[in-house]
Design a protein around this ligand. Structure first.
Ligand SMILES: [Zn+2]
Ligand SMILES: [Zn+2]
Length: 351
C-alpha cells in the first residue's frame, strides 16, 4: 500500500475536505496513474451528499480522470511510464458475463465496479475516485488519451463525452438525419458536438435564451426555445432522433411528439421522479423511448480516438481543489460553461 491524498466527503452534510488514505500497490495487471485533472460530474455531487442514499463514507468522488502513467505492473504491455491516460466511470467488472464479453462492461450482469463508491474487487474496501493525487487501475480499464488534445479538456469526455457518444453511435445518427439535443449542460454540449461531427442536422432545445449563441457556436444548426409553444409546435414530427440530457423533471411528451414515425428519444439525464409518458404519443407513430448508460471500455477508447482525429474536447472551467464546494453550488444553478475541471496540482501535499 502507499499513502495517497485526496478530497473526501465524510458525511452527507459535510463539505469536502482534505483526506489521507491508502491505495494498493501496483499489481501485475495494474497501472498506477498520477492524476493531472479530474472533471466534476453531477454524479459527484449526488454521491457526496448521499442523494441516491447509497453513499459509503468517506467518499472520494471523481470519474473523469486524466493523468500520466507513473508505474506499470509486470504483465502490462499496452502502457508505459509517462503515457497520457484516462479513467472513466468504471474500474472493473466481472469480465465473464455476456455484456462484459461483448465489451459493454457498463451493463455487467454482476454489476460493474464504479470508480468511486464501488465495491473494490481488489479487497473488501470501497473504491476512491479521481479527486486524488494518484489512482491504481487494472490495465483493462485504462484508456489511451490522444496526445494532440488538451488533457484538461479531455477529462469530461470520460463521462459526459461517452454518455452522449454511445447512444448517438448505437442509434446510428449521421448524415440526412435531423437530431435534437435537449439541454445545454455538461452532457448536452458534448451531444451537440458529436451529433454535428457525425454529420447530422442538429437542433438544440434549451429553456434559456442566453444559450442560443453558445448552442450555435458549439455546432447546432438551429436553437429552439422550449418554453415557446409556437416554436415547439413547428417542430412536431420532424426528428429522427432526440437525445434528452435534462436531469430535472420535465414534460417528456413535448419531445416525443417531435419524433417522426419510427423515431427514437433516448434519455441520458436522470430525473429523480418517474416521467409520465403518453402511450398514444408512442403508438401513433411507432416511436421509441429508450435509455443509455455511459459506455463500455472499447467504445470509450473509440470515442477518445474519434476526438483526437476531429479535435473534439469539452468546454471547461478550471478550478482549484479547494473551490469544489463553490463549484457544486454553481453547478446546481447551471452556472458553468460547460464542465468544471479540477487542477490536481492544487491538491494539498499532506491531508
Ligand atoms: Zn459522471
Ligand atoms: Zn460482467
Amino acid at each position: 500500500m502507499f499513502a495517497c491524498t485526496g478530497y473526501a466527503a465524510t458525511a452527507a452534510d459535510a463539505p469536502l475536505a482534505p483526506f489521507g488514505f491508502e491505495r494498493r500497490d501496483t499489481g501485475p495487471e495494474d497501472v498506477r496513474i498520477d492524476i493531472l485533472f479530474c472533471g466534476v460530474c453531477h454524479s459527484d455531487l449526488h454521491q457526496a451528499r448521499n442523494e441516491w442514499r447509497n453513499t459509503i463514507y468517506p467518499c472520494v468522488p471523481g470519474h473523469e480522470i486524466v493523468g500520466r502513467v507513473a508505474e506499470t505492473g509486470s504483465s502490462v504491455t499496452r502502457f508505459r511510464t509517462g503515457d497520457l491516460v484516462g479513467v472513466g466511470c468504471l474500474v472493473d467488472s466481472c469480465r465473464t458475463c455476456q455484456s462484459c464479453r461483448d465489451g459493454f462492461e457498463q451493463y455487467c450482469e454482476n454489476g460493474f465496479v464504479g470508480t468511486y463508491n464501488g465495491q473494490d474487487r481488489h479487497g473488501r474496501g470501497i473504491t476512491f475516485g479521481g479527486y486524488s493525487r494518484a489512482i491504481v487501475v487494472d490495465q483493462a480499464f485504462v484508456l489511451k488519451v490522444p496526445d494532440n488534445l488538451d488533457p484538461a479538456a479531455v477529462a469530461p469526455l470520460l463521462c459526459a463525452g461517452i454518455t452522449t457518444y454511445s447512444p448517438l453511435r448505437h442509434w446510428k445518427v449521421g448524415p440526412g438525419q435531423r437530431v435534437g439535443i435537449v439541454g445545454l449542460g455538461g452532457l448536452g454540449h458534448m451531444g451537440v458536438k458529436f451529433a454535428r461531427a457525425f454529420g447530422a442536422e442538429v437542433v438544440l432545445f434549451t429553456t434559456s435564451a442566453s444559450k442560443i449563441e453558445d448552442g450555435l457556436r458549439l455546432g447546432a444548426h438551429q436553437v429552439v426555445l422550449s418554453r415557446d409553444p409556437d416554436a415547439m409546435a413547428r417542430e412536431t414530427g420532424r426528428f429522427d432522433f432526440i437525445l434528452d440530457a435534462v436531469a430535472a423533471n420535465h414534460d417528456i411528451n413535448a419531445y416525443l411528439n417531435l419524433l417522426k414515425r419510427d423515431g427514437t428519444l433516448v434519455q441520458v439525464g436522470a430525473p429523480e421522479d418517474p416521467l409520465p409518458v403518453s402511450v398514444f404519443g408512442l403508438l401513433m407513430k411507432r416511436r421509441s423511448f429508450a435509455g443509455s448508460l455511459i459506455g463500455g471500455i472499447p467504445e470509450t477508447q473509440e470515442m477518445l480516438n474519434f476526438c483526437g482525429e476531429h479535435g473534439i474536447t469539452a468546454d471547461t472551467e478550471m478550478i482549484r481543489m479547494d473551490q469544489i464546494e463553490a463549484a457544486y453550488e454553481r453547478m446546481l444553478r447551471s452556472d458553468v460553461k460547460y464542465r468544471f475541471v479540477i487542477d490536481m496540482a492544487t491538491l494539498p501535499a499532506v491531508a
